[in-house]
Ligand binder design. Structure first.
Ligand code: GLC
Ligand code: CA
Length: 581
């Protein structure tokens, strides 16, 4: 991209057009809801902005950047946990659900954050982490203190005189053993995640009522939704039957959507979701389309949105197949064409950066591939969940030493690899590609020391490219990822066709190009994306050739504002086009 006078001029005429802005008369089967039309911007509070120089992002930091968030055009912010926590798992181990972690600020800060968002027309979704609590939560302290404590049944215990409990797989434990022996009462407790995150017993109505009361506390404050962390795992068969040998290779089949999970969700809906105007989204969507429908179909009165992982899970260090990628997203779309609603995402705080995994983080392709992926996310059906920093085209930091990482789960796994004589070099290489810390490096605000994130020592390293990839630099570049993202946001806002319209995959077998139509009574868009670093051709087999079609948005700036729709449309590396038909 060589910005010149002509290029800058073209950029203006290729800018977003207000197409079909009038309300749509006839829509797809989907009923309209604000949470379907929203774009959710996920903020990782630890890494967004530090206000007091301790190197850790905080609520006051977010408050100071509310105008930036507003300027993006997003409608909803999802905030990762900010509750009281010993912070073993960066807040996903809550020790008091009604308190704010002092490192992040006070409840007064929280109230002014919520207020500041609402004043700007931005809604706030909070993380609800109730598959487990922290082992430092008062409930757990009570529970482990004696077998007859009233809180004993808040968690899952197995008395050791009954022998070893049937094997359960832990996602975070280095030995993958989900039962932790506790000498105090000679019993094991269950933890699907780390031993510092004991699983709550959802079969106990008292636990459920505690959770509803916590939800009421936040909903009464006026928050606008809940993201239910790891919720698909909450229901368990508490007789703990033996699972077949090797079940852990397919643990989802045994862990997700078990027991009375839907009963619990219906009760939660009746107690909370039906009483407040809040959106609800589940992390995970079970194992099948049917599982996902059972979570979100409106006639079931459970949740609004679920997010499935098989799209985001595709990326591997040696690449991924675009054919598979297209097939996964197309299948999800068709399975939800008539009922239910899904999230569309390629990154979050548990993933490495989307550009490094699905695009190309080499300097010449970073901007283009980031813009191309954002085009995908914001032109698909479903609610986009967009991770902070992706609007700048942030990439993996390329950490080379274990000392660069902060995630305890990674540090444990490293120790384990060392102790068992594993291949450390290969381990580190895998981390550099896929570790979740890659997505948690500080948000770069400007080119000053520490990227303007903190005046102190940042809790985790800053990306080496922060002098070119930051808000201040990108604000001033009309062709930056940031300004492109804003145009995309406007395009989606102004055209509900992109939210509700029918999706049709085109040129299905093209291994480089992802092309699709989005259409309804109000309009029709063709989205053409080159997912590869090479020139490609979109084979237009179905659309009538036309001399002049309007190119409403494109990531190569030297494009005319109209193009000819031919049988073959050439594309440059990572080229993205949204065409109005
Ligand atoms: C979810 C969170 C992740 C956390 C885990 C345990 O997957 O997204 O960050 O570590 O649950 O709470
Ligand atoms: Ca701070």
């Amino acid at each position: 991209m060589k910005p010149g006078i002509l290029a800058i001029f073209l950029c203006f005429i290729v800018g977003v057009e207000n197409i079909g802005a009038q309300p749509i008369q006839q829509k797809s089967a989907a009923t309209q809801h604000w949470w379907k039309e929203a774009v959710v911007y996920q903020i990782y509070p630890r890494s967004f902005k530090d206000s007091n120089g301790d190197g850790v992002g905080d609520l006051k930091g977010i408050i100071s950047e509310l105008d930036y968030i507003k300027s993006l055009g997003v409608d909803v912010v999802w905030l990762n946990p900010v509750y009281q926590s010993p912070n073993f798992d960066n807040g996903y181990d809550v020790s008091d659900y009604r308190k704010i972690l002092p490192e992040f600020g006070t409840m007064a800060d929280f109230d002014s954050l919520l207020n500041g968002m609402h004043r700007r027309g931005i809604k706030l979704v909070m993380d609800l982490v109730v598959n487990h609590s922290s082992s430092e939560h008062e409930w757990f302290k009570q529970s482990r203190s004696s077998r007859i404590n009233p809180y004993r049944n808040y968690y899952h215990w197995w008395n050791a005189e009954n022998g070893k409990p049937p094997y359960r797989f832990s996602l975070f434990d280095i030995n993958h053993d989900a039962w932790q022996y506790d000498t105090l009462t000679n019993a094991y407790y269950l933890h699907y995640f780390s031993d510092k995150q004991p699983d709550l017993n959802w079969g106990n109505p008292k636990v459920r009522n505690e959770v509803y009361s916590i939800m009421r506390f936040w909903a009464d404050k006026g928050i606008d939704g809940f993201r239910l962390d790891a919720f698909q795992f909450v229901a368990k068969d508490t007789t703990f039957p033996m699972f077949p040998k090797g079940f852990e290779k397919n643990f989802m089949l045994y862990y997700a959507m078990q027991g009375n999970l839907h009963g619990y969700l219906q009760q939660m809906n009746q107690q909370i979701f039906s009483k407040y105007d809040v959106m609800s989204v589940a992390e995970g969507a079970g194992n099948t389309f049917e599982d996902a429908h059972n979570l979100v179909d409106s006639n079931r009165h459970e949740l609004n949105i679920a997010y499935a992982f098989n799209g985001v899970d595709l990326a591997k260090p040696n690449g991924y197949s675009l054919l598979q990628f297209k097939s996964i997203f197309s299948q999800w779309d068709s399975a939800f064409e008539h009922s239910g609603w899904l999230a569309v995402f390629l990154a979050n705080h548990d993933q490495a950066r989307m550009v490094s995994r699905f695009g190309n983080d080499a300097p010449q392709f970073r901007t283009l591939s980031s813009q191309m992926l954002s085009t995908f996310l914001l032109t698909m059906r479903g609610t986009p969940f967009y991770y902070n920093g992706d609007e700048l085209g942030m990439v993996n930091p390329n950490f080379t030493s274990i000392h660069d990482y902060r995630d305890e789960v990674i540090l444990d796994a490293y120790k384990h690899t060392q102790l068992t004589g594993g291949n450390i070099k290969a381990f580190l290489k895998n981390l550099a590609f896929g570790a979740r810390d890659n997505g948690r490096t500080p948000f770069p605000w400007d080119s000053s020391l520490n990227a303007g994130f903190t005046t102190g020592l940042p809790w985790i390293g800053i990306n080496a490219n922060y002098k070119t990839v930051n808000v201040a630099v990108e604000e001033n570049d009309p062709n930056s990822c940031l300004n492109y993202f804003r145009k995309l946001m406007q395009l989606r806002k102004n055209n509900p066709t992109l939210v509700y319209g029918k999706y049709t995959l085109l040129d299905k077998n093209n291994p480089q190009v992802y092309a699709y139509l989005r259409e309804d009574a109000a309009g029709k868009f063709l989205v053409v994306l080159n997912f590869s670093a090479k020139d490609a051709v979109f084979n237009n087999l179905t659309l009538m050739a036309k001399a002049n079609v309007v190119l409403v948005l494109a990531n190569y700036i030297n494009k005319p504002s109209t193009i000819a729709l031919r049988n073959k449309i050439p594309l440059r590396p990572y080229e993205a086009m949204v065409i109005k038909l």
